[in-house]
Design a protein around this ligand. Structure first.
Ligand code: COA
Length: 390
């Protein structure tokens, strides 16, 4: 039986900043950000969106009523969850009207959570072929104003439906993983911004990629020429390029894999980091933009969550992959965003629910998305479904 990704959708904020503007404001050469880091634009998330609404807005694009009844597991991968106890999955399940006979929970391991979710979903659907599992990956990446990590911020959500007989990617069911106790990126519970040792993190990421890639080759006897493309977790797009270059060297497949990498980083360069969703936005970018994907082409996926967990796994393109259908909503979203000045972004960055728990009401009239965060009352977040006026 074939199990894999049947549907995939992406959602982000309608606001962005341009990396040339940010470089100019921070006294850096724009080419450092555009070429050295590999980022062109960065999503800026307004206070009326959090990981719950980002994920609900993403999933809303792909789920029909039959899906909502068939889903019996909702898995939410996030590093920037909104509660220390209650999972974001339960909120999304309720907002979307997904049936209650479901397991709903959150997974945390920096940017790796959604990959654990996909592997769990794969096993579950393999055991129960009629089941559908909704895997959500949503984060808001915050490093702080005027920090070296600022150029690698961003945010958004990817929603994926894992089913039998999928329409997009058939997972191979083989993967290689590696973990170690590493302090490259972490966020203590009292902080809104991550702590990061960025250069060290890049080294560990490349090391974990090489380890898992070698382990995968030994397990499967598949090598570079068995792959059409490799999609990477992309905190900034240069990071994946460095990892890919570390294994392709002058291999005959190098040119093709490097060409496909350009398609796989297109959307990420316009959005920035979305932690758990980053690898899956890159996969979507590849599927939507590559002009050369054929049924049966094998795609590698490298997932990395600082702290650190790495995993390499793979899947094959399904016969009637409809690239245009995948590209249209993302292009529409990204082409219709509003550009903020750096001072507007700095102001928006400081907004958000007060950390002291007091009641608060946002002006939601400017947020035209279906699901919005309206504020907080009695320590409860107030979500609004603007379509159903809840
Ligand atoms: N033109 C072109 N490239 C330029 C340049 C210019 N004018 N000036 C600098 N560069 C290049 C540098 O050579 C470097 O490229 P290289 O890495 O290929 O050598 C790149 O731009 C970045 O420069 P660097 O000096 O290393 O930047 P930095 O010290 O400001 O930090 C990061 C960059 C990525 C380390 C930092 O933004 C960060 O920590 N981000 C967070 C990363 C993260 O989230 N990690 C954990 C999740 S996995």
């Amino acid at each position: 039986m074939i199990v894999g990704i049947d549907k995939i959708a992406f959602f982000t904020s309608p606001y962005y900043i341009d990396m040339t503007d940010l470089a100019n404001a921070r006294g850096e050469d724009p080419n450092k950000y555009l070429i050295g880091i590999g980022q062109q634009k960065q999503s800026v998330i307004p206070p009326t969106q959090d990981v719950v609404t980002l994920a609900a807005n993403a999933a809303d694009e792909i789920l029909d009523e039959a899906d909502k009844q068939a889903i019996d597991m909702v898995i939410f991968g996030t590093e920037s969850g909104i509660d220390q106890s209650k999972s974001a999955a339960i909120y999304v399940q309720s907002l979307l009207g997904i049936g209650k006979s479901a397991r709903s929970f959150e997974i945390k391991q920096a940017c790796y959570g959604a990959t654990a979710g996909i592997q769990m979903a794969f096993d579950h659907v393999t055991q129960h072929p009629k089941s559908k599992v909704l895997v959500l990956a949503a984060d808001i990446a915050r490093y702080g104003l005027n920090t070296p990590g600022e150029v690698t911020q961003g945010g958004g959500a990817v929603a994926m439906l894992i089913t039998a007989q999928p329409d997009i990617l058939a997972l191979d069911g083989q993967s290689a993983f590696y973990s170690d106790d590493i302090m490259d990126f972490w966020r203590p519970a009292y902080r809104r911004e991550a702590l990061v040792d960025g250069h060290y993190s890049t080294d560990v990421y490349i090391d974990f990629f090489n380890r898992t890639w070698n382990q995968y080759q030994a397990q499967t006897n598949r090598h570079l020429d068995d792959f059409k493309a490799i999609a990477f977790h992309l905190p900034f797009t240069k990071m994946g390029l460095k990892a890919l270059r570390s294994v392709v060297h002058d291999h005959p497949s190098a040119v093709g894999l490097l060409e496909q990498f350009e398609f796989s980083r297109q959307y990420n360069a316009l959005v920035g980091n979305l932690y758990t969703g980053s690898l899956y936005l890159s996969l979507l970018s590849l599927l939507a933009n590559s002009d050369d994907l054929k049924p049966g082409d094998r795609i590698g996926l490298f997932s990395y969550g600082s702290g650190a967990q790495g995993e390499f796994y793979s899947g094959k393109i399904i016969a009637d992959l409809q690239s245009q259908k995948l590209a249209e909503p993302v292009n529409h979203l990204l082409n219709n965003r509003i550009k903020l000045t750096i001072s507007e972004y700095e102001k928006m960055y400081q907004q958000g629910l007060p950390m002291n728990g007091r009641d608060y009401e946002f002006d939601i009239t400017k947020d035209h998305n279906r699901f919005v965060l309206a504020g907080r009352k009695a320590n409860r977040r107030l979500y609004k479904d603007t379509k159903n006026r809840i």
